[in-house]
Write a protein that binds this ligand. Structure first.
Ligand code: ATP
Ligand code: MG
Length: 434
């Protein structure tokens, strides 16, 4: 015997559904009863619908059981689609049958609870309509990235997460015992993607990165999804053009495919559709001039912190490229600028409205002696990077790439105060459960 088939809630709202019999199953958002009529609001992956049932039609036993289903209990329903002007979407289902699948225990989540409590209950809190909307936008964003990269002939690669190298050295790497030797969780897949570039020329990885960030800020997670791309034969202008095209393409794709969710989350899709290339480009040296006029004095050589990045973009609705940072501020593998030994061919893309860095990008140093010198300067041993240095010994070519924090993009797109809202189970210094 085959299993009985069920309809999706969305079917109730199809033009030809009035008067039809439907069979639904899902979770209960709320129930109430009055005067022998039960009102039950049901949710499935496609939507929300009001179900009504009369005691005399359902029978006492079923009616009482359905009345006592808790929030997030599970039921199945058979009934007829009817017009009802009082129902939220103008239609309801009049039940002829209700079966309780799991009555459920009292649901611990309700309005007015603290952020901390909700994070403790994250495994249940993720069912909220708001969270579902966030996850849908995130999935759409990932799809849009993959579609764009596929169109651009960039090959998806699967770099490792476990490594015997701390890619960027030191303090921010999570270290663990790898059968008696030090192992590290990937901070970036970049060094591996540089190796993978040679057989494929254009590669990307979409993998988690881990940072033992000491600072607690609203834009740092200890685990985040890192979209990293390496392009052969690419200079800084080519890299900036690529990032710009990619951002416009994915923002527009998400705005077109998830307008309802975006609006519900506080970002009118028109604002994303209004973002167009080219984005403004400013050199670091010019950025610090601007900053001192804005009341944020920065010496050449000092990093731009959260406050400075915020000041640079607070008034703008379009992202901003800051280029040519002092080389001491940046990773050892970044290419020294041909016209200025103090700076590197690098750019950070800052999100608009003060959201700060969303992409870190650079051309990669091709001069092996300079690489060795920089590795020494950051206090690392060149022996540990021998395999990486080999890449400069066999078909050394100009190349460039970047890392994009997926949750950073979402934080800005969805106007979230804290980055943790953009991921189902956020990891921060104070929390790695549930
Ligand atoms: P920041 O200065 O904000 O710490 P970073 O310079 O350390 O960033 P990169 O090493 O360039 O960042 O990493 C590439 C991208 O990964 C960043 O542009 C950002 O979007 C994202 N990213 C970096 N660290 C984190 C983090 N702790 N949580 C979430 N996203 C991050
Ligand atoms: Mg960092």
């Amino acid at each position: 015997m085959s299993a009985p088939s069920f309809d999706a809630v969305a079917r109730v709202f199809a033009p030809d559904a009035l008067g039809a019999t439907v069979r639904l199953r899902g979770w209960v958002l709320r129930t109430r009863s009055s005067g022998g009529i039960l009102f039950l609001v049901l949710r499935d992956r496609t939507g929300v619908v009001q179900v009504t049932g009369r005691r005399d039609a359902l029978g006492d036993e079923v009616f009482t059981a359905a009345e006592h289903v808790q929030i997030e209990g599970a039921v199945s329903v058979e009934g007829t689609v009817a017009e009802d002007r009082r129902a939220p979407d103008g239609r309801e289902v009049r039940a002829s049958r209700i079966a309780v699948i799991d009555s459920g225990e009292p649901f611990p989540i309700f309005s007015g609870q603290t952020e901390e409590f909700l994070l403790d209950q994250r495994h249940l809190a993720i069912r909220s309509q708001e969270n579902v909307a966030i996850f849908r936008v995130k999935a759409e964003l990932l799809r849009a990235f993959r579609e764009f990269l596929d169109r651009e002939d960039v090959l998806e690669m699967t770099p490792p997460i476990l490594s015997g190298n701390a890619a960027e050295g030191g303090a921010e790497a999570f270290q663990f015992d790898y059968f008696g030797r030090p192992g590290y969780l990937s901070q970036t897949a970049q060094l591996y993607l540089e190796a993978l570039l040679f057989p494929s020329e254009r590669v990307y990885g979409l993998t988690p990165s881990f940072r033992a960030e000491k600072s607690r800020t609203p834009r740092h997670l200890t685990e985040f999804l890192n979209l990293e791309i390496e392009l052969a034969w690419c200079d800084l202008d080519g890299l900036i053009d690529f990032i710009e095209r990619m951002m416009v393409a994915v923002l527009h794709a998400v705005a077109e495919r998830r307008p309802k969710e975006l609006k519900a989350l506080g970002r009118p899709p028109e604002e994303l559709l209004a973002i167009r290339a080219p984005f403004e480009r400013v050199r670091y040296s010019e950025a610090i001039d601007r900053l001192s006029k804005l009341g944020f004095p920065v010496q050449f050589g000092s990093d731009l912190g959260t406050a400075e990045e915020r000041a640079l973009t607070l008034e703008s609705t379009s992202p901003l490229f800051v280029t040519h940072y002092p080389r001491e501020l940046k990773a050892f593998y970044m290419l020294r600028s041909p016209d200025d030994p103090r700076t590197v061919e690098a750019t950070d893309l800052l999100g608009p409205e003060g959201y700060g860095e969303i992409v870190g990008a650079s051309c990669r140093e091709t001069d092996i002696d300079r690489l060795k010198e920089r590795i020494g300067q950051i206090g690392a041993k060149t022996e540990e990077y021998e395999w990486y240095l080999d890449l400069r010994r066999h078909g050394n070519i100009p190349h460039a790439g970047f890392g994009l924090g997926v949750e950073r993009v979402l934080r800005w797109m969805l106007r979230r105060e804290h980055i943790r809202d953009t991921t189902p189970f956020p990891r921060t210094p104070s929390r790695h459960t549930p």
